[in-house]
Design a protein around this ligand. Structure first.
Ligand SMILES: *Cc1c(COP(=O)(O)O)cnc(C)c1O
Length: 371
Protein backbone atom coordinates (compact mmCIF):
# COMPACT_ATOMS: atom_id res chain seq x y z
CA UNK A 1 0.00 0.00 0.00
CA UNK A 2 1.33 3.43 -0.86
CA UNK A 3 0.65 6.42 1.35
CA UNK A 4 0.73 10.19 0.94
CA UNK A 5 4.09 11.60 -0.02
CA UNK A 6 6.07 13.38 2.68
CA UNK A 7 9.10 15.28 1.38
CA UNK A 8 12.20 15.75 3.54
CA UNK A 9 12.42 19.22 4.97
CA UNK A 10 15.70 20.04 3.20
CA UNK A 11 17.72 23.18 3.55
CA UNK A 12 17.96 24.36 -0.03
CA UNK A 13 21.04 26.51 -0.60
CA UNK A 14 21.70 25.71 -4.24
CA UNK A 15 20.96 27.75 -7.37
CA UNK A 16 17.20 27.40 -6.86
CA UNK A 17 14.72 26.29 -5.78
CA UNK A 18 15.32 27.60 -2.29
CA UNK A 19 13.18 27.31 0.81
CA UNK A 20 9.84 29.01 0.54
CA UNK A 21 8.23 31.24 3.15
CA UNK A 22 5.59 29.20 5.08
CA UNK A 23 3.04 31.90 4.21
CA UNK A 24 3.59 31.12 0.54
CA UNK A 25 3.19 27.38 1.18
CA UNK A 26 -0.07 28.09 3.00
CA UNK A 27 -1.34 30.19 0.10
CA UNK A 28 -0.74 27.25 -2.27
CA UNK A 29 -3.19 25.04 -0.39
CA UNK A 30 -6.23 27.32 -0.64
CA UNK A 31 -9.31 26.20 -2.63
CA UNK A 32 -8.92 26.10 -6.41
CA UNK A 33 -10.64 28.68 -8.65
CA UNK A 34 -11.60 28.49 -12.30
CA UNK A 35 -9.28 30.28 -14.70
CA UNK A 36 -12.04 32.69 -15.81
CA UNK A 37 -13.68 33.18 -12.39
CA UNK A 38 -14.11 36.94 -11.83
CA UNK A 39 -12.25 36.62 -8.53
CA UNK A 40 -9.37 34.87 -10.30
CA UNK A 41 -9.25 37.61 -12.98
CA UNK A 42 -8.93 40.07 -10.07
CA UNK A 43 -5.99 38.05 -8.73
CA UNK A 44 -4.34 38.09 -12.17
CA UNK A 45 -4.66 41.89 -12.23
CA UNK A 46 -3.06 42.14 -8.78
CA UNK A 47 -0.21 39.88 -9.88
CA UNK A 48 0.35 42.12 -12.91
CA UNK A 49 0.55 45.19 -10.66
CA UNK A 50 2.90 43.46 -8.22
CA UNK A 51 5.12 42.36 -11.11
CA UNK A 52 5.26 45.90 -12.48
CA UNK A 53 6.49 46.94 -9.03
CA UNK A 54 9.06 44.13 -9.01
CA UNK A 55 10.34 44.69 -12.56
CA UNK A 56 10.28 48.51 -12.10
CA UNK A 57 8.17 49.00 -15.20
CA UNK A 58 4.95 50.57 -16.40
CA UNK A 59 4.65 48.01 -19.22
CA UNK A 60 1.04 47.00 -19.80
CA UNK A 61 2.21 43.60 -21.14
CA UNK A 62 3.56 42.35 -17.80
CA UNK A 63 2.21 38.97 -16.68
CA UNK A 64 3.08 35.35 -15.88
CA UNK A 65 3.57 32.36 -18.15
CA UNK A 66 2.38 29.04 -16.71
CA UNK A 67 5.73 27.32 -16.96
CA UNK A 68 9.36 27.55 -15.82
CA UNK A 69 11.89 30.27 -16.63
CA UNK A 70 12.90 28.44 -19.82
CA UNK A 71 9.39 29.03 -21.19
CA UNK A 72 9.87 32.77 -20.66
CA UNK A 73 13.22 32.59 -22.44
CA UNK A 74 11.57 30.94 -25.44
CA UNK A 75 8.65 33.43 -25.35
CA UNK A 76 10.87 36.51 -25.55
CA UNK A 77 12.98 35.08 -28.36
CA UNK A 78 10.21 33.55 -30.46
CA UNK A 79 8.07 36.71 -30.39
CA UNK A 80 10.84 39.14 -31.35
CA UNK A 81 12.76 37.08 -33.92
CA UNK A 82 11.73 36.38 -37.51
CA UNK A 83 13.48 33.52 -39.34
CA UNK A 84 16.65 34.93 -40.88
CA UNK A 85 16.93 37.87 -38.46
CA UNK A 86 20.39 38.56 -37.16
CA UNK A 87 20.56 38.03 -33.38
CA UNK A 88 23.51 38.68 -31.09
CA UNK A 89 23.63 36.60 -27.91
CA UNK A 90 26.29 37.45 -25.29
CA UNK A 91 27.47 34.10 -23.95
CA UNK A 92 29.38 33.69 -20.70
CA UNK A 93 27.70 30.57 -19.35
CA UNK A 94 25.25 27.71 -19.62
CA UNK A 95 22.01 29.71 -19.67
CA UNK A 96 23.12 32.12 -22.41
CA UNK A 97 24.06 28.97 -24.34
CA UNK A 98 20.46 27.84 -23.98
CA UNK A 99 19.40 31.14 -25.58
CA UNK A 100 21.61 30.38 -28.60
CA UNK A 101 19.99 26.95 -28.97
CA UNK A 102 16.54 28.54 -29.08
CA UNK A 103 17.66 31.21 -31.58
CA UNK A 104 18.93 28.44 -33.88
CA UNK A 105 15.73 26.39 -33.52
CA UNK A 106 13.59 29.33 -34.61
CA UNK A 107 15.82 30.07 -37.60
CA UNK A 108 17.58 33.19 -36.33
CA UNK A 109 20.93 34.15 -37.82
CA UNK A 110 23.04 33.74 -34.69
CA UNK A 111 26.11 35.79 -33.78
CA UNK A 112 27.71 35.15 -30.39
CA UNK A 113 29.78 37.49 -28.25
CA UNK A 114 31.85 35.14 -26.10
CA UNK A 115 32.96 35.84 -22.56
CA UNK A 116 35.09 33.83 -20.13
CA UNK A 117 32.89 31.76 -17.81
CA UNK A 118 32.92 33.47 -14.43
CA UNK A 119 33.21 37.04 -15.78
CA UNK A 120 30.65 39.73 -16.59
CA UNK A 121 30.02 40.36 -20.31
CA UNK A 122 32.50 42.97 -21.59
CA UNK A 123 30.44 45.82 -23.12
CA UNK A 124 33.27 46.62 -25.55
CA UNK A 125 32.97 43.18 -27.11
CA UNK A 126 29.25 43.76 -27.71
CA UNK A 127 29.96 47.15 -29.29
CA UNK A 128 32.64 45.63 -31.52
CA UNK A 129 30.24 42.91 -32.67
CA UNK A 130 27.47 45.43 -33.38
CA UNK A 131 29.87 47.52 -35.49
CA UNK A 132 30.57 44.44 -37.58
CA UNK A 133 26.87 43.47 -37.65
CA UNK A 134 24.93 46.75 -37.91
CA UNK A 135 21.92 44.84 -39.31
CA UNK A 136 21.37 43.08 -35.94
CA UNK A 137 17.68 42.96 -34.97
CA UNK A 138 17.91 41.60 -31.43
CA UNK A 139 20.58 41.60 -28.72
CA UNK A 140 20.06 39.11 -25.89
CA UNK A 141 21.97 38.53 -22.66
CA UNK A 142 21.72 37.06 -19.18
CA UNK A 143 21.81 39.44 -16.21
CA UNK A 144 22.79 36.97 -13.49
CA UNK A 145 24.47 33.93 -15.09
CA UNK A 146 23.57 31.29 -12.51
CA UNK A 147 25.99 28.74 -13.97
CA UNK A 148 29.05 30.91 -13.24
CA UNK A 149 28.00 33.41 -10.55
CA UNK A 150 28.75 36.44 -12.75
CA UNK A 151 26.49 39.50 -12.87
CA UNK A 152 26.61 41.62 -16.03
CA UNK A 153 25.99 45.36 -16.33
CA UNK A 154 22.83 45.08 -18.41
CA UNK A 155 22.13 48.83 -18.23
CA UNK A 156 25.31 49.50 -20.21
CA UNK A 157 24.76 46.54 -22.56
CA UNK A 158 21.23 47.74 -23.28
CA UNK A 159 22.43 51.29 -24.03
CA UNK A 160 24.93 49.96 -26.58
CA UNK A 161 22.34 47.71 -28.26
CA UNK A 162 19.90 50.63 -28.62
CA UNK A 163 22.57 52.79 -30.30
CA UNK A 164 22.39 50.25 -33.13
CA UNK A 165 18.60 50.06 -33.15
CA UNK A 166 18.29 46.50 -31.84
CA UNK A 167 15.64 45.11 -29.53
CA UNK A 168 17.03 44.10 -26.13
CA UNK A 169 16.09 40.85 -24.38
CA UNK A 170 17.31 40.28 -20.82
CA UNK A 171 17.23 37.10 -18.75
CA UNK A 172 16.46 38.19 -15.17
CA UNK A 173 15.72 34.67 -13.93
CA UNK A 174 18.04 34.74 -10.91
CA UNK A 175 18.30 38.50 -10.45
CA UNK A 176 14.66 39.61 -10.24
CA UNK A 177 13.71 40.39 -6.64
CA UNK A 178 17.23 39.95 -5.24
CA UNK A 179 19.35 42.25 -7.40
CA UNK A 180 18.61 45.72 -8.81
CA UNK A 181 16.56 45.39 -12.02
CA UNK A 182 15.03 48.46 -13.73
CA UNK A 183 13.25 47.51 -16.92
CA UNK A 184 12.01 50.97 -17.96
CA UNK A 185 15.03 53.02 -16.92
CA UNK A 186 17.39 50.56 -18.62
CA UNK A 187 15.15 50.34 -21.72
CA UNK A 188 14.86 46.55 -21.79
CA UNK A 189 12.33 45.57 -24.51
CA UNK A 190 11.59 42.11 -23.18
CA UNK A 191 12.57 40.35 -19.96
CA UNK A 192 11.62 37.11 -18.27
CA UNK A 193 12.21 35.50 -14.91
CA UNK A 194 11.17 32.45 -12.90
CA UNK A 195 9.35 31.97 -9.63
CA UNK A 196 11.84 29.84 -7.67
CA UNK A 197 15.05 31.91 -7.58
CA UNK A 198 15.15 35.62 -6.77
CA UNK A 199 11.39 35.63 -6.11
CA UNK A 200 11.66 32.75 -3.59
CA UNK A 201 8.40 31.01 -4.55
CA UNK A 202 7.86 27.43 -5.79
CA UNK A 203 8.99 26.59 -9.33
CA UNK A 204 6.89 26.57 -12.47
CA UNK A 205 5.92 30.16 -13.25
CA UNK A 206 7.66 32.68 -15.47
CA UNK A 207 7.03 36.41 -14.98
CA UNK A 208 7.53 38.27 -18.23
CA UNK A 209 7.34 41.85 -19.50
CA UNK A 210 7.33 43.46 -22.98
CA UNK A 211 7.75 47.17 -23.80
CA UNK A 212 5.04 48.92 -25.83
CA UNK A 213 7.50 49.14 -28.73
CA UNK A 214 7.99 45.36 -28.62
CA UNK A 215 4.22 44.72 -28.40
CA UNK A 216 3.58 46.93 -31.47
CA UNK A 217 6.27 45.08 -33.39
CA UNK A 218 4.83 41.68 -32.44
CA UNK A 219 1.27 42.75 -33.36
CA UNK A 220 2.46 43.79 -36.82
CA UNK A 221 4.70 40.81 -37.61
CA UNK A 222 4.53 39.70 -41.27
CA UNK A 223 5.40 36.10 -40.41
CA UNK A 224 3.22 34.87 -37.52
CA UNK A 225 4.94 33.96 -34.24
CA UNK A 226 6.26 30.41 -34.62
CA UNK A 227 4.72 29.08 -31.44
CA UNK A 228 1.10 28.62 -30.46
CA UNK A 229 1.49 28.62 -26.67
CA UNK A 230 3.95 31.50 -26.56
CA UNK A 231 2.33 33.82 -29.14
CA UNK A 232 2.06 37.11 -27.22
CA UNK A 233 -0.99 38.14 -29.26
CA UNK A 234 -2.90 35.08 -28.00
CA UNK A 235 -1.55 35.32 -24.44
CA UNK A 236 -2.67 38.94 -24.17
CA UNK A 237 -6.24 37.96 -25.04
CA UNK A 238 -6.24 36.09 -21.71
CA UNK A 239 -4.15 38.50 -19.63
CA UNK A 240 -5.13 41.95 -20.86
CA UNK A 241 -8.11 44.24 -20.94
CA UNK A 242 -10.91 44.79 -18.44
CA UNK A 243 -13.56 42.09 -18.57
CA UNK A 244 -13.04 40.69 -22.06
CA UNK A 245 -10.78 37.77 -21.18
CA UNK A 246 -10.68 34.74 -23.46
CA UNK A 247 -9.58 31.22 -22.53
CA UNK A 248 -6.04 30.52 -23.70
CA UNK A 249 -4.93 27.73 -21.34
CA UNK A 250 -5.94 26.65 -17.85
CA UNK A 251 -3.86 28.79 -15.53
CA UNK A 252 -2.65 26.95 -12.39
CA UNK A 253 -4.71 28.87 -9.84
CA UNK A 254 -3.01 27.53 -6.70
CA UNK A 255 0.45 28.30 -8.10
CA UNK A 256 -0.72 31.85 -8.72
CA UNK A 257 -1.87 32.22 -5.08
CA UNK A 258 1.67 31.31 -4.06
CA UNK A 259 3.26 33.79 -6.46
CA UNK A 260 0.89 36.53 -5.33
CA UNK A 261 1.88 35.92 -1.70
CA UNK A 262 5.62 35.85 -2.54
CA UNK A 263 5.34 39.13 -4.47
CA UNK A 264 3.32 40.69 -1.67
CA UNK A 265 5.98 39.72 0.90
CA UNK A 266 8.62 41.29 -1.34
CA UNK A 267 6.61 44.51 -1.62
CA UNK A 268 6.04 44.61 2.14
CA UNK A 269 9.79 44.37 2.70
CA UNK A 270 10.42 46.94 -0.05
CA UNK A 271 12.32 45.77 -3.10
CA UNK A 272 15.28 48.11 -2.49
CA UNK A 273 15.57 46.64 1.03
CA UNK A 274 15.56 43.15 -0.45
CA UNK A 275 18.38 44.06 -2.86
CA UNK A 276 20.34 45.47 0.10
CA UNK A 277 19.70 42.41 2.30
CA UNK A 278 20.94 40.04 -0.40
CA UNK A 279 24.09 42.11 -0.90
CA UNK A 280 24.91 42.30 2.82
CA UNK A 281 24.37 38.61 3.46
CA UNK A 282 26.43 37.70 0.44
CA UNK A 283 29.38 39.73 1.78
CA UNK A 284 29.04 38.01 5.18
CA UNK A 285 28.91 34.53 3.66
CA UNK A 286 31.99 35.16 1.50
CA UNK A 287 33.98 36.38 4.53
CA UNK A 288 33.04 33.27 6.52
CA UNK A 289 33.83 30.94 3.59
CA UNK A 290 37.24 32.60 3.18
CA UNK A 291 37.97 31.79 6.83
CA UNK A 292 37.53 28.14 5.84
CA UNK A 293 39.94 28.61 2.93
CA UNK A 294 37.19 28.64 0.31
CA UNK A 295 37.56 31.22 -2.46
CA UNK A 296 34.96 32.71 -4.80
CA UNK A 297 35.44 32.27 -8.55
CA UNK A 298 34.10 35.69 -9.62
CA UNK A 299 35.85 39.04 -8.97
CA UNK A 300 34.14 41.05 -6.22
CA UNK A 301 32.44 43.71 -8.36
CA UNK A 302 30.99 41.12 -10.77
CA UNK A 303 29.40 38.72 -8.26
CA UNK A 304 25.72 37.75 -8.11
CA UNK A 305 24.85 38.40 -4.44
CA UNK A 306 22.29 35.62 -4.18
CA UNK A 307 24.34 32.94 -5.94
CA UNK A 308 28.01 32.40 -5.17
CA UNK A 309 30.36 30.12 -7.06
CA UNK A 310 33.11 28.74 -4.83
CA UNK A 311 36.26 27.13 -6.22
CA UNK A 312 36.72 23.53 -5.13
CA UNK A 313 40.00 23.28 -3.19
CA UNK A 314 42.75 21.13 -4.64
CA UNK A 315 42.42 17.45 -3.75
CA UNK A 316 38.85 17.68 -2.46
CA UNK A 317 36.28 15.20 -3.79
CA UNK A 318 33.49 17.64 -4.66
CA UNK A 319 30.74 15.01 -5.03
CA UNK A 320 31.62 13.47 -1.67
CA UNK A 321 31.33 16.86 -0.01
CA UNK A 322 27.92 17.55 -1.54
CA UNK A 323 26.71 14.06 -0.67
CA UNK A 324 27.79 14.45 2.96
CA UNK A 325 26.26 17.91 3.21
CA UNK A 326 22.98 16.39 2.03
CA UNK A 327 23.03 13.15 4.01
CA UNK A 328 24.56 14.39 7.22
CA UNK A 329 23.37 18.00 7.34
CA UNK A 330 20.25 17.90 5.18
CA UNK A 331 21.82 20.72 3.14
CA UNK A 332 21.62 20.97 -0.64
CA UNK A 333 24.11 23.08 -2.58
CA UNK A 334 24.66 23.12 -6.35
CA UNK A 335 27.33 21.46 -8.49
CA UNK A 336 29.14 23.19 -11.36
CA UNK A 337 27.44 23.23 -14.77
CA UNK A 338 28.93 22.90 -18.25
CA UNK A 339 32.54 24.17 -18.42
CA UNK A 340 32.59 24.57 -14.63
CA UNK A 341 31.40 21.04 -13.80
CA UNK A 342 33.73 19.58 -11.16
CA UNK A 343 35.40 22.98 -10.64
CA UNK A 344 32.96 24.92 -8.45
CA UNK A 345 30.16 24.61 -5.95
CA UNK A 346 27.21 26.98 -6.22
CA UNK A 347 25.73 28.33 -3.00
CA UNK A 348 22.47 30.23 -3.07
CA UNK A 349 21.24 32.68 -0.43
CA UNK A 350 17.91 33.60 -1.88
CA UNK A 351 14.76 35.24 -0.58
CA UNK A 352 13.56 33.59 2.62
CA UNK A 353 16.98 31.96 3.04
CA UNK A 354 19.04 35.14 2.83
CA UNK A 355 19.67 35.62 6.56
CA UNK A 356 22.35 35.12 9.25
CA UNK A 357 20.88 31.88 10.56
CA UNK A 358 21.30 30.24 7.17
CA UNK A 359 24.85 31.58 6.86
CA UNK A 360 25.72 30.07 10.26
CA UNK A 361 24.15 26.76 9.30
CA UNK A 362 25.98 26.57 5.98
CA UNK A 363 29.36 27.43 7.55
CA UNK A 364 28.85 24.91 10.35
CA UNK A 365 28.03 22.15 7.88
CA UNK A 366 31.03 22.96 5.64
CA UNK A 367 33.35 23.03 8.66
CA UNK A 368 32.23 19.58 9.69
CA UNK A 369 32.37 18.00 6.24
CA UNK A 370 35.73 19.51 5.18
CA UNK A 371 37.59 18.53 8.37
C1 LIG B 1 17.36 28.66 -13.86
C2 LIG B 1 17.66 29.56 -15.00
C3 LIG B 1 16.94 29.48 -16.20
C4 LIG B 1 15.89 28.43 -16.43
O1 LIG B 1 14.85 28.50 -15.51
P1 LIG B 1 13.94 27.19 -15.26
O2 LIG B 1 12.90 27.70 -14.31
O3 LIG B 1 14.84 26.16 -14.70
O4 LIG B 1 13.38 26.81 -16.58
C5 LIG B 1 17.21 30.41 -17.18
N1 LIG B 1 18.15 31.36 -17.03
C6 LIG B 1 18.87 31.45 -15.89
C7 LIG B 1 19.89 32.53 -15.76
C8 LIG B 1 18.65 30.56 -14.85
O5 LIG B 1 19.37 30.66 -13.72
Amino acid sequence: MSSSFTPFNRILMGPGPSNVNPKVLQALSKPALGHLDPQFIGLMDEIKDLLRYTFKTENEATFVLSGPGSLGMEACLVNLIHPGDKVIVCVGGYFANRMTQIVEKIGGNLVTVKETWGRAIDPENLEHSLKQNPDTKVVAFVHAETSTGALSDIKTLSGIAHKYGAFVIADTVTSLGAVEVRIDEWKIDAAYSCSQKGLACVAGMSPITFSQHAVEFIKNRKIPVQSWFNDLNLLLSYWNGPGKRAYHHTAPSNQFYGLHEALLLLKEEGIENSWQRHKENSVKLILRLKELGLEPLVPENERIPNLLTIKIPHGVDELKVRTELLNKHNLEIGAGLGELAGKVWRIGLMGYNSNEKMIDYCIGAFKDVLK
